[in-house]
Design a protein around this ligand. Structure first.
Ligand SMILES: [Zn+2]
Length: 444
């Protein structure tokens, strides 16, 4: 996501499972594991509303599981059942709780079915003529927003109004025309993803296409024509080749989409990104303006494929991506552009420090503001990657990044995983450097 602009009160979902002896209530990744979300969704484009029928397939990780907790949202739940038996639904603070008719035993698989409708408070942006999601997936469906560690398959049957096209997380695997116009498009993710990466868009989109190796690049918009899309996104293929080389992993999707909308949006989803006209230069080649396409594309590897296990290590998503954006600029525009990008990160961190705020990258506390969080997790994170690069040298550093990315592709990571990969690649003990920057305590 973009470094400084989304209005995101990032709230940790508190699970009560860990502190209660007879494990009864739990959240995804802690007490139970969601293996897939199957969603049939009908968006109301004009009113920025949705109605949905969702099946959550889950497995109990502890005995006596009697309550399933997801993120509270503004939706109205019409009906909920577990394997056919009715389930009581209660909102408790930040938590949307499903109280089960009977406790589940460890290892037991169950299906929670929920029908709902409403107007999401966040996460759904629209002009009246088109609609796209942005970050807060668990505002328009039932999931757990900050439970990054619980990756799950996502299958969406999306009702698309007549005359409109759609884009969603995953690959489009089917289209079924509806009587009276419109169609249902079926989308499936190629692998499990964290819930914040689920998303969709519907509208009267113009479409342009390109290729990067074996990957199709699709550019869509209802605010620009096909020529403008090709101009603005024309360097995507070259960026993808650069990131794939540095990751040691090809762009991990069959098709990568970019949806161009009005405004300053910059938000990654599982297999596509949403970018605002004001965040993307009208033509490539301006080093002051071309961060957004690179940043959101880099998330396909760092963030989406290799994902921080918890919010504590969110810097692994955003700091590495911010650094890789600078590395792309170095490749595209030369060393001065790399230095300029890092200087910007340094000034953001310095500003936080001048206000009395600085924390280790893996600090687990509550940030006083979104700006403070970003000064650490985005800016200081990028500066630490540059520090590692300088300390280890080109060969060991990039080899370490490849090892980290390859070893954890499709999985989740903590800061210790990055340290291990960099140590293995360089043959050096990096305890002191990681203690100073990441963990905040001297080794031993
Ligand atoms: Zn980001």
């Amino acid at each position: 996501m973009r470094p400084y602009a989304i209005a995101a009160p990032i709230v940790l979902i508190l699970s009560v499972a860990s502190s209660v002896a007879p494990a009864s209530a739990a959240a995804p990744g802690e007490g139970f594991d969601v293996t897939r979300y199957d969603l049939a969704l009908t968006p109301d484009v004009a009113n920025k509303a949705v109605s949905g029928r969702e099946t959550i397939t889950l497995r109990a990780m502890a005995d006596g599981l009697s309550r399933l907790s997801f993120s509270a949202n503004a939706l109205t739940i019409d009906h909920a059942s577990l394997d056919g038996a009715p389930v009581a639904v209660t909102t408790r603070g930040e938590s949307l709780d499903f109280d089960l008719p009977r406790p589940l035993a460890r290892g037991r698989t169950a299906r929670l079915e929920v029908t709902y409708h409403g107007r999401p408070a966040r996460g759904l942006e629209g002009t009246g003529a088109s609609l796209h999601t942005s970050y807060f997936a668990c505002d328009w469906m039932i999931c757990a927003q900050e439970r990054f560690g619980d990756k799950a398959a996502f299958a969406l049957d999306l009702t698309v109004p007549a005359g409109m096209d759609a884009l969603a997380a995953g690959e489009r695997v089917g289209r079924r025309p509806l009587p009276g116009g419109g169609e249902v498009q079926s989308w499936r993710t190629p692998r499990p993803y964290s819930a914040y990466l689920f998303g969709f868009a519907v509208g009267r989109f113009v479409r342009a296409e390109d290729r990067a190796g074996g990957v199709k690049l699709a550019y869509l918009s209802d605010v620009a024509d096909a020529d403008a899309l090709r101009r603005r996104f024309g360097e995507t293929g070259e960026m993808a080749r650069f990131f794939a080389d540095k990751a040691g992993v090809p762009l991990p999707v069959a098709e990568y989409g970019q949806l161009l909308v009005a405004g300053r949006e910059a938000q990654e989803a599982a297999t596509y990104s949403v970018l605002g006209l004001d965040a993307v230069p009208a033509a490539p080649g301006d080093p002051a303006q071309d961060w957004a396409v690179a940043h959101e594309l880099a998330h396909q590897w760092w963030g989406n494929l290799v994902t921080c296990a918890t919010l504590r290590d969110f810097w692994l998503n955003e700091g590495i991506t911010t650094f890789m954006t600078a590395a792309w600029k170095e490749r595209r525009h030369g060393r001065a552009a790399y230095e300029a990008e890092l200087a910007m990160a340094r000034s953001r961190l310095d500003k936080a420090r001048a206000a009395g705020f600085d924390k280790p990258l893996a600090w687990d506390g509550t940030y006083p503001s979104l700006g403070a969080r970003r000064a650490v997790q985005y800016s200081k994170g990028a500066l630490f990657m540059d520090r590692l690069r300088t300390a280890l040298g080109e060969e060991a550093f990039w080899s370490g990044l490849r090892r980290y990315t390859r070893d954890h592709a499709g999985g989740t990571v903590t800061s210790a995983d990055l340290q291990r990969a960099m140590e293995a690649a360089s043959g050096r003990d990096l305890d002191t450097l990681f203690a100073e920057w990441v963990f905040g305590a001297p080794p031993g």
